[in-house]
Design a protein around this ligand. Structure first.
Ligand code: C2E
Ligand code: CA
Ligand code: CA
Length: 889
């Protein structure tokens, strides 16, 4: 229903109720007024009745007294005279005066003859008094045979000029003559009787003859009564009216109440009548009051109804306004670009907008008024965290609800589809909550872009100086804590300016981009490659060794790798370009240093490289630089040594306990052009740091194999077992097996004369791969010896899984034979174990006869050491044989 119509209906109801109220009020007051009228009339009647009854009684008494007075006149007169004769006139009059004085109602009493002459009277003048009676009055009194009281019409007294009535009774004189006793009664006497006790205002009192004559009227308005208007009482009564009737009042003829009663004399009636207007005067005023009160009440009701309807109208207005503003609000909420949910204080959904549905389409259907928000969150979790189990999700929901309760305010949620939603939670005073959801995906993307601009180089996408300094600061503190050092490399491309100037900036940019890619590819993920601008790059290496020299070596290796990758040709458009770079390096993490200071150091180091015509790396620390430089130099020299064939193999003989030379270990020597003959200790480590060792090792194996091959028909050396040392890096090289097989290819069945010496740690490093490689070579007849055996202290169980031929007791144990009992135990154990595994056991570093004796006592069968022969050129080895042979013989 529209609010308008409901207001109209309410209005109608109010006015209807008011009307009914007023109607009831009017009916009630009408009934009241009617009953008041009836009561007023009853009261008037009762009053009239009382009055008329009293008046009747008063009149009856008055007339009766006079009648008695008149009737007793004869006897009064007679009894005073002896013999039944009447007294004289004078005496009679005196007697009359005495009796008449007792009756206050009469002025005088007289005895008259039929002609009206006074025979005696109570008047002081006695019989001489002047008396004029109405005509026929005496005749009428004497006419009836029975003496009765006769009453005259009102007449004016001659003597007093008063209105009077004459009353008469016939009597017999002493001689039987007819006489009449007459009394004069002033009208005022009757008026007094009639008005006595009559305090009824407006009362009309009449003493009248039934035939129509009015004797007395109070108030006396007889003269005003128009003849014919007032019907004689007899006629009225004959028409059927009771002595009480409603009709014309007896004096004014108005509508009113009339009450008439006959008195005991001569068709005389006394009537009291009250005009209705007067009878109802009190009622009139009372009913006016009632009507006024009713009217006032009605007015009040109307007023209340009016105000009530006004009130309703206002409420209607307010409600309409409210509905309108709610509609506007709804509209506004719907138009909101943010999703929105309103919760009550029980965390139930009260309201949400369409945008919410658009943001979270998977919640459509779930959102219902009064649904617990927990359920909504659970549904959300089910959608957004599909990989998490039930418990995990409800944990997430509880956490969300908890943070909501603690009014964290704002949080951001990354949706699976990549959108970022910002969630703002606002507590309401009633305990409810407004939650708004903004899709801030674009904003976040934009700010990420801004961040990129702020922290990344737009051309290469690498971190810029700002981000680098930031990371460097963090890295130095982290480094100091962990003890692992880091390095900062400052790279400047050589001759970049020339390229830029001659080929244009596009080419320059293209080169920088490719340099950036190569640098990035050349370092680990934990490292940072940054571009400072132009052709300046900085590489930050993290988590290097805690050892200064080792960290420097690592840095050096990475630097060389990077420089090597930069040396590769670039394809810029269709143009091929060659470039190099200059790297300055500095280590950090040993002492607290600022990022700026480190950057400056690396920069200075880089300029040293530039000064040496670029394409190299230089350390900021001079001592470090020396160490590194020397090593670099050594490696450079090793490279060329291989090319220039400066390496030679020395052979150290190996002897059997029967005194025969059974083999030799080849030991590398470097015939250095300036430093003379160098032992492996001076260069092998440097070679092992790079793949140089692979090439060198390959050369050793080839050379050894060639030696075996060339000894094929040699009488002394044809059966010599040749041991070759193999470095870990060499053994791990992908082409190692292939190379060895290549080397022994020409040996045929004599390949078993080649023994490869591996170290314990090498074997243990990656057992599966090692075993696989060893089997491949073993299948070709190649033998294996474990060099420096016993130093690893490792579990010996693995030995059974390896295709081994020999264990070589490390020289440190041999040196301690007879000195350290524990080492003697170790040597004994090794020899016993080798015997159990059916392996050959050889002791190296045997320098004394005593050592040799010990070994012999323990059961060792093969020996190598200075006691028996130092490493020597191959010619010397061959020359040894006869001596040993003779010795053995
Ligand atoms: P290694 O494999 O333990 O070789 C034995 C070393 O002990 C040799 O030193 C040898 O001269 C020395 N030596 C032999 N008998 C005695 C002795 O009675 N007393 C003492 N004090 N020393 C003795 P060298 O020739 O300087 O070789 C040092 C190491 O260099 C070798 O130790 C081996 O690990 C490595 N090496 C030598 N040649 C090669 C090679 O061709 N390739 C590889 N990868 N490493 C090699
Ligand atoms: Ca060796
Ligand atoms: Ca050794």
């Amino acid at each position: 229903m529209s609010p308008n119509r409901s207001v109209k209906r309410a209005n109608l109801t109010v006015w209807g109720a008011a009307g009914l109220f007023i109607l009831g009020l009017v009916v009630a007051s009408s009934v009241l007024i009617a009953s008041m009228r009836a009561t007023a009339l009853e009261d008037a009647n009762a009053q009239l009745n009382r009055y008329v009854s009293a008046a009747e009684a008063g009149l009856n008494r008055t007339f009766l007294n006079v009648d008695i007075l008149l009737a007793s006149t004869a006897s009064t007169l007679t009894t005073s005279v002896q013999g039944g004769d009447w007294p004289t006139a004078a005496a009679g009059s005196a007697l009359l005066a005495r009796t008449a004085r007792l009756n206050l109602a009469v002025r005088f009493v007289a005895v008259v003859d039929p002609q009206g002459r006074v025979l005696a009277s109570s008047d002081p003048r006695g019989a001489d008094m002047q008396l004029t009676l109405p005509a026929d009055f005496v005749e009428r009194a004497l006419a009836s045979t029975v003496s009765t009281l006769v009453i005259s019409a009102p007449t004016q007294s001659v003597a007093s000029a008063e209105e009077v009535l004459y009353l008469a009774r016939s009597l017999k004189g002493p001689r039987g003559e007819s006489l009449a006793a007459v009394a004069e009664m002033p009208e005022s006497v009757l008026t007094g009787v009639l008005t006595q006790g009559a305090q009824i205002p407006g009362l009309e009192v009449v003493l009248e003859k039934g035939r129509g004559d009015f004797l007395i009227a109070v108030p006396d308005t007889r003269s005003a009564v128009r003849p014919g208007v007032i019907a004689p009482l007899n006629e009225v009564l004959a028409a059927g009216s009771t002595p009480v009737w409603s009709g014309g009042t007896r004096l004014s003829g108005q509508q009113g109440q009339v009450f008439a009663r006959p008195i005991i004399y001569d068709d005389l009636w006394v009537s009291g009548s009250l005009p209705l207007g007067i009878a109802l005067a009190g009622w009139h005023s009372d009913s006016t009051v009632v009507a006024a009160v009713t009217a006032a009440f009605s007015a009040l009701i109307l007023l209340v109804a009016y105000f009530f309807t006004q009130y309703l109208r206002r409420i209607g207005h307010a409600r309409r306004a409210l509905a309108q503003s709610k509609a506007q609000l709804d509209q506004a909420l719907e138009a909101m670009i943010s999703g929105f949910v309103l919760l009550d204080n029980q965390q139930r959904v009260l309201h949400w907008n369409q945008r919410f549905d658009e943001l979270f389409p998977w919640l459509i259907g779930m959102m219902q008024p009064n649904v617990a928000f927990r359920k909504v969150l659970l549904a959300s979790a089910a959608h957004e965290l599909p990989d998490i189990d039930e418990a995990g999700r409800s944990g997430w929901v509880e956490q969300r609800l908890m943070s909501q309760k603690n009014a964290v305010g704002s949080l951001e949620e990354k949706l699976l589809d990549g959108r970022t939603i910002q969630i703002l939670e606002h507590g309401l005073p009633d305990g409810g909550m407004v939650i708004t959801y903004h899709d801030v995906t674009d904003m976040r993307r934009a700010s990420a872009e801004i961040e990129t601009l702020a922290f990344y180089d737009p051309l290469t996408g690498l971190p810029n100086r700002r981000l680098l300094l930031d990371r460097l600061t963090q890295a130095t503190t982290r480094s100091q804590r962990s003890g692992q050092l880091g390095a900062l490399l400052f790279l400047d491309l050589d001759q970049f300016k020339t390229l830029n100037d001659t080929m244009g900036h596009e080419m320059g940019d293209a080169l920088l981009l490719q340099v950036a890619q190569r640098l990035r590819a050349g370092v680990r993920n934990v490292d940072t490659v940054a571009r400072l601008g132009g052709d300046e790059f900085v590489i930050m290496l993290n988590d290097l060794s805690g050892e200064r020299i080792e960290a420097a070596k690592q840095t050096q290796r990475v630097s060389e790798k990077l420089l090597a990758s930069l040396e590769q040709p670039y394809l810029l458009g269709t143009h091929q370009h060659q470039s190099t770079g200059s790297l300055g390096a500095t280590l950090f993490g040993e002492a607290p240093q600022s990022a700026g200071e480190l950057l400056r150091q690396a920069d200075i180091a880089m300029y040293q490289v530039k000064a040496r015509r670029g394409n190299g790396v230089c350390f900021f620390d001079p001592q470090m630089q020396t160490t590194i430089s020397d090593r670099a130099q050594l490696q450079t020299d090793l490279k060329s040594a291989l090319v220039r064939q400066e390496f030679v193999l020395y052979y150290q003989p190996q002897w059997c306990n029967d005194g025969s030379m059974v083999g030799a270990e080849v030991l590398l020597r470097w015939q250095h052009p300036e430093r003379g003959l160098l032992a492996p200790g001076a260069f092998i480590a440097a070679a092992e740091e790079t793949d140089l060792i692979v090439g060198i090792g390959e050369w050793v194996i080839y050379t050894a194999c060639n030696q075996i091959e060339s000894w094929k028909d040699h009488p002394q050396c044809a059966k010599l077992q040749i041991s070759v040392n193999v470095s870990a890096r060499q053994f791990r090289h992908p082409r190692f097996v292939e190379n060895v097989l290549d080397a022994v290819a020409g040996l045929g069945s004599r390949a078993h004369l080649l023994t490869l010496e591996l170290t314990e740690s090498m074997v243990l490093d990656n057992v599966d791969e090692t075993v696989a490689r060893m089997h491949q070579l073993r299948a070709r007849g190649i033998r294996f010896s474990v060099d420096d055996f016993g130093t690893g202290y490792s579990s010996l169980a693995y030995l059974t899984s390896l295709p081994l031929h020999q264990l070589k007791i490390d020289q440190s144990f041999v040196r301690n034979l007879g000195v350290r009992p524990t080492d003697e135990v170790i040597v004994q154990t090794i020899i016993g174990m080798a015997r159990n595994l059916e392996l050959e056991v050889i002791a190296e570093g045997v320098e004394t006869e005593e050592q040799k004796q010990h070994l012999l006592d323990y059961g060792c069968t093969f020996f190598q050491g200075y006691l028996l022969g130092r490493p020597m050129p191959v010619e010397a080895l061959c020359a040894l044989q006869p001596v040993q042979d003779s010795k053995a013989e």
